[in-house]
Write a protein that binds this ligand. Structure first.
Ligand code: GLN
Length: 464
C-alpha cells in the first residue's frame, strides 16, 4: 500500500521539484492549490487551514472528504445549517484508514443537504460549480467531491457517499470515475445517515487507478458497523491488470428507452459498450422490467428512513441550539425551521406521510415489495451476465438555471439510472464514455454483490 502512495506522490513531487519545492512543503503547497480551486469553483465547505503545521512528513496523499463523513477536529455539517457548529471528536472509520496509510484531509466537500439532491444545488453553503463549465452544476449529492477531483492538478482522491446515485451523477457530469461499492463493503461508522438501508461510502478519482487505490484503502470489515460485510481486504489496483475477455455484458432496454434519455448520451454510451468487444467482451440485451417502479420505490423508502433519521436534529442533543421560548414543541419547531433547508423540509413531510398509520401499507410496504422484486430481477440477470451497462445519467450536466426550472418531481425523475442498483445494494462504477460539445457522458456498470473487481476492470478498459 505504502509503495503505491509513494509512487503517486513521487509523480507529483517530481513536478514540484521542477518548481523547487521540498517534501516539507508538500502539504502547504497542496493547500495553496486547494484554496485556488475553492475560489474558482467552491467545492469545499471547510478547508483544513491548519494543515502543514504538524507532522508534515507523514502527510503524503491528499484526500477530500464529503461533509457528511466525520473528521476529528474538522467541522462536519452534512451540508446543513442545522449542523453548522458541529466539530466531531473522532474520525469515521474510512477517514481513520486513509490517515493511517499516510493520507491527509485537505477539506470537507460541498454536498446537497444530508444528500438530498441530484445536482448539488440544495446546498446550505453554496453550490459547487462544474470545472468543465462554471454555468453548469457538478451533479449531486457528492458534487464538491467530484468538483475537486476534476479540478485538482495534484494527486487526490475524494471520499464520497451515495444513497441513490450520489457518486454516479457527479462523476458523470464532471468526467471523473466514481465507484459506489456493494452495500456494507465500506464501514458506515462515522457517516451522518440519510437512509441507512442504502447509504454507502465510496470514492471518486481522476481515473480508474485512483478510484481502485482509494477503494482498497477504505474497504474492509469493521466491527463498529453491524452491517459491515465480512469480506477480505484486497488490493484492487491489482485487478486492473486482468482483462475482460469472455465477460458478458447485459444491456437493459428499460434504461436506454426510459423517458428523457438524451439521444447523444445514448449514442456515446452504446459506442463505449460496443468498443469493449475489442477486448473480447460480448454484450446482449436483457430486460429488467421493474425498473420503471424503481425511482418511486426509492423515494418512498429513502424518505421514510430520512424523516426518521432527521428527527434527532431538534436542538436538544443534536443540532444548533437557540433561546428556549414557549413549550418544547415550539422550541424544536423553531430550531428545525431555521436549521433545515426547503428540500429537507419537503422530504421530512413526504417521508413522515409515507410511514403514517393508514398509509404505511399503501406506500412504504408496497415500496419494500417493489424493492424485493428489483433484487430478484438483478439476481436472475447475473445468472447470465457478468455486468450490466447503462448510461450513468440520462442527460449531460445541466446549467444552474435549467435545474432551477425543474420541479422536485422532475428532479427526482433524473435518478432513473441509479435508483434500482442502489435499492438492491449492488456495486456500480461510472466512467467517462466520451463527450459531446465539450460535455462528458458517463457509462455506468452495475456488478453482482462484492464484484467491484469486474467493474474496475471494465472501467479501466473504457480508458484505453
Ligand atoms: N438524488 C437522490 C436523492 O436525492 C440520491 C442522492 C444520494 O445518493 N444521496 O435522494
Amino acid at each position: 500500500m505504502v509503495s503505491l502512495i509513494q509512487s503517486l506522490v513521487k509523480l507529483h513531487l517530481e513536478r514540484l521539484a521542477a518548481e523547487d519545492v521540498k517534501l516539507d512543503d508538500f502539504a502547504p503547497r497542496v493547500m495553496e492549490k486547494a484554496r485556488a480551486i475553492q475560489q474558482k469553483y467552491s467545492p469545499f465547505i471547510t478547508l483544513d487551514e491548519n494543515l502543514g503545521s504538524t507532522n508534515r512528513n507523514a502527510q503524503k496523499l491528499p484526500f477530500s472528504v464529503k461533509d457528511n463523513i466525520c473528521t476529528n477536529g474538522l467541522r462536519t455539517t452534512a451540508g446543513s445549517r442545522i449542523l453548522e457548529n458541529y466539530i466531531p471528536p473522532f474520525d469515521a472509520t474510512c477517514v481513520r484508514q486513509v490517515k493511517s496509510a499516510g493520507g491527509f484531509v485537505i477539506g470537507k466537500t460541498a454536498m446537497d443537504e444530508f444528500g438530498f439532491g441530484t445536482f448539488s444545488t440544495n446546498c446550505a453553503y453554496g453550490a459547487p460549480k462544474n470545472p468543465i463549465d462554471i454555468q453548469r452544476v457538478c451533479g449531486g449529492s457528492s458534487g464538491g467531491a467530484a468538483c475537486v477531483t476534476a479540478a485538482a492538478d495534484f494527486p487526490h482522491i475524494a471520499i464520497a457517499q451515495s444513497t441513490g446515485g450520489s457518486i454516479t451523477a457527479p462523476a458523470a457530469f464532471t468526467g471523473t470515475v466514481g465507484l459506489t461499492p456493494t452495500y456494507g463493503r465500506v464501514s458506515r461508522w462515522g457517516l451522518i445517515d440519510y437512509a441507512n438501508s442504502m447509504d454507502k461510502i465510496g470514492v471518486i478519482g481522476r481515473c480508474t487507478y485512483d478510484a481502485a487505490f482509494g477503494f482498497s484503502l477504505i474497504a474492509g470489515h469493521d466491527p463498529l458497523d453491524a452491517t459491515s460485510l465480512n469480506a477480505p481486504k484486497l488490493d484492487y489496483t491489482k485487478v486492473l491488470e486482468k482483462d475482460i475477455r469472455h465477460l458478458r455484458i447485459g444491456v437493459p432496454s428499460e434504461y436506454f428507452n426510459a423517458d428523457g434519455v438524451d439521444p447523444q448520451v445514448k449514442k456515446l454510451v452504446w459506442d463505449k459498450i460496443t468498443s469493449l468487444e475489442r477486448f473480447g467482451a460480448t454484450y446482449e440485451e436483457i430486460s429488467l422490467p421493474s425498473t420503471k417502479y424503481a425511482t418511486a420505490a426509492y423515494y418512498l423508502i429513502a424518505l421514510s428512513e430520512a424523516s426518521t433519521n432527521l428527527a434527532k436534529f431538534c436542538g436538544l442533543r443534536y443540532g444548533i441550539q437557540g433561546e428556549t421560548e414557549g413549550n418544547y414543541e415550539n422550541y424544536f419547531s423553531s430550531i428545525r425551521e431555521r436549521g433545515f433547508g426547503e428540500e429537507a423540509k419537503r422530504r421530512i413531510v413526504l417521508g413522515t406521510y409515507a410511514r403514517m398509520s393508514g398509509y404505511r401499507d399503501a406506500y412504504y410496504i408496497k415500496a419494500l415489495k417493489v424493492r424485493a422484486k428489483i433484487i430478484g430481477e438483478f439476481r436472475k440477470a447475473f445468472d447470465r451476465v457478468g455486468a450490466i451497462a447503462t448510461p450513468s445519467m440520462p442527460i449531460f450536466a445541466p446549467r444552474f438555471d435549467e435545474v432551477a426550472g425543474l420541479t422536485p418531481v422532475q428532479q427526482y425523475a433524473m435518478d432513473i439510472m441509479t435508483t434500482a442498483p442502489n435499492l438492491a445494494g449492488l456495486p456500480t462504477v461510472s466512467v467517462p464514455a466520451g463527450e459531446s460539445g465539450g460535455l462528458p457522458a458517463g457509462v455506468q456498470f452495475i456488478g453482482d454483490y462484492e464484484n467491484e473487481g469486474t467493474l474496475l476492470q471494465l472501467a479501466a478498459a473504457c480508458e484505453v
